[in-house]
Design a protein around this ligand. Sequence first.
Ligand SMILES: C[S@@+](CC[C@H](N)C(=O)[O-])C[C@H]1O[C@@H](n2cnc3c(N)ncnc32)[C@H](O)[C@@H]1O
Length: 315
Amino acid sequence: MAPTADEVNAVSRHETGRHLPVLPEEVLTWLDPKPGGRYCDVTVGMGGHARLVLERSSPDGKLVGMDRDPSALEVARALLEPFGDRVTLVHTRFSQVREVLDRLGMVPIDGFLVDLGVSSPQLDRPERGFSFRPENDGPLDMRMDPTAGETAADLIARVDEEELAQVIRDYGEERHAARVAHAIVEALRMGPVDTTGKLAALVARALPRHERGKNPATRTFQALRIAVNQELDELEKFLAVATDCLRPGGRLCVIAFHSLEDRIVKRRLRTLAGRDGGGPARLRILTKHVVVPHNDERVRNPRSRSARLRAAERL
Ligand SMILES: C[S@@+](CC[C@H](N)C(=O)[O-])C[C@H]1O[C@@H](n2cnc3c(N)ncnc32)[C@H](O)[C@@H]1O
């Protein structure tokens, strides 16, 4: 059942401008939350989708929200407070989903939601170090969880030129990865590359030509972000265990934002559906074609433009 306009507008009113959850109607359609159901939003972020799921599963549906970013959880906690003990929030990486749900006694679950990528506050706050925009200059950090692991500045200082080129090529799909890596390594000889502004400027200088309408550092920043947060590995690990946590008829909805993620989701769902020599089918793919935002959402919420949703159901 599609959400009412009121349900969707309620979120729009609360979340200003860029903080709208993407594909809100489609998430409710494909996840199909119901009263009494148990749901897990593994990328709860600011809680926009989670709230829709809780409203739709009223009065007694439960939701576990996970995020690796403690500041996202704080925002979600405030937003979801009216739902009381129907909500449990956990600071964790979603590769740990099985252990966490087992510990909470929440297996089997009725539905998983995954909304990949970075959140608007992560991108917009200069101190998080994700943004290549000159006005957002900050430390070159890029960790979704600032309490753990290596920053992007640490990473580029640690790896050699060849490894750096491979990261930028594989995760950024940057044709000029070797040039960019060379420029970074040369710059490091002169001093640290430890701010987003320094990195963005040196990537712009290293590229022979710039694509129209696209910041030249886009691909390099995407690559480093994926590497720092081990994003593809996290996704693979999650998809490897998610099916086991679902009850028969339980659903999995994944929203990806770039082709590397979407390719992993598409392949893994096909394998789990018994295609491509994947053994006996454990899932049924529900979205025959990938679901993308309608035009009005693209206009209202520019972040939604590259969103691609796929959904499947446990057999
Ligand atoms: C696009 S935002 C989610 C927004 C959310 N759906 C909402 O409506 O507010 C993605 C969130 O996923 C989190 N995240 C990304 N990878 C993660 C991982 N491997 N484990 C846990 N959280 C992750 C990020 O920290 C970020 O807060």
